[in-house]
Design a protein around this ligand. Structure first.
Ligand code: ATR
Length: 276
């Protein structure tokens, strides 16, 4: 019998990761010959040691989450173009004695969007990205691929400037005052900051009373299901979406990398995750 493929997600904290639920759901549905997908706590300080240990324990592939995606990128021997551009690797595969890395977050974001939203709110439209951290890199990369006219606002402006330089994307980096003046001009607004992750923390970066009613608002946060950011969009009658479909989308692309088959039963999985 061939050895079962071993996969897991690494990060810190990892306790609340939904990746095991997602991957094990598909492993079961598709009857893949794989060991149960695990979650393993790895701190940045122990990253190198832990990775070597996992490789020596015959792991076939790993997902990498916060705060290890950049470290993972720097450890890879081979990288896809997307991982190279975003300087981030969220999916690793160990093959032929080499570490191969890719970043499935940009495609996860793109597939999470309804085609009509891409056509009417993103393609050649003004899109505002809030934040310039690790996730913003993937979002700006994906929006650029979808021919968006991207603006970025980040508390620390230099990080937004560096992000554009690294990605080779000519986005408009805005000061807070400019962003406020232009709020009514955006067709798509996406929050990539961590504001709103912690209960009782409110994301007040946008005055939603100034946002166009035809705009679309996206928050990468999926827990809480309706962040303070999305609640404000909702209260102003603006369409919105959380990050759950992106989480599933990035996982689907990783699943394909490891198992060479597309996952299925997306609606059933989404309902399952919403109930957790
Ligand atoms: P991730 O990998 O989830 O993107 P990150 O790389 O730590 O996490 O980035 C966090 C983002 O949230 C950054 O854009 C950060 O802004 P700074 O670059 O100025 O630090 C933003 N952020 C976090 N807390 C914030 C706050 N209280 N107000 C505004 N932005 C905040």
């Amino acid at each position: 019998m061939t050895e079962q493929k071993k996969t897991a997600v690494i990060g810190q904290p990892i306790e609340h990761s939904l990746s095991p639920v997602i991957h094990n759901f598909w492993i079961n549905k598709k009857k893949i010959n794989a060991a149960p997908y695990e979650k393993i706590e790895v701190s940045p300080n122990n990253f190198n040691k832990s990775l070597d240990k996992l490789i020596n324990s015959n792991y076939y592939g790993l997902n990498v989450t916060v705060p290890l995606k950049e470290l993972a990128y720097s450890k890879c021997d081979e990288l896809t173009q997307t991982a190279k551009k975003t300087k981030s690797a969220n999916t690793l595969i160990f093959r032929d004695g080499k570490i191969h890395g890719t970043n499935t977050d940009p495609v996860g974001f793109e597939v999470s969007l309804h085609k009509e939203i891409i056509e009417k709110n993103i393609k050649n439209k003004k899109c505002l990205v809030l934040g310039a951290g690790g996730s913003a890199r993937s979002i700006v990369f994906a929006l650029n691929q979808m021919s968006a006219d991207v603006s970025i606002f980040n508390r620390t402006q230099e990080k937004a400037i560096k992000l554009c330089k690294d990605l080779g994307v000519g986005a408009n980096v805005l000061e807070e005052e400019d962003m406020k003046k232009q709020t009514d001009s955006f067709d798509f607004i996406v929050n990539t900051t961590s504001l709103g992750l912690v209960p009782d923390e409110t994301n007040n970066l946008i005055d939603f009373s100034s946002v166009q009613k035809k705009a679309f608002v996206y928050d990468l946060i999926y827990e809480p299901k309706e962040s303070s950011f999305l609640q404000q969009a909702k209260a102003n009658g603006i369409r919105f979406q959380n990050g759950l479909k992106m989480l599933i989308g990035q996982a689907a692309a990783a699943f394909y990398v490891w198992h060479n088959t597309d996952p299925s039963h997306f609606s059933e999985l989404e309902s399952l995750l919403e109930k957790l």
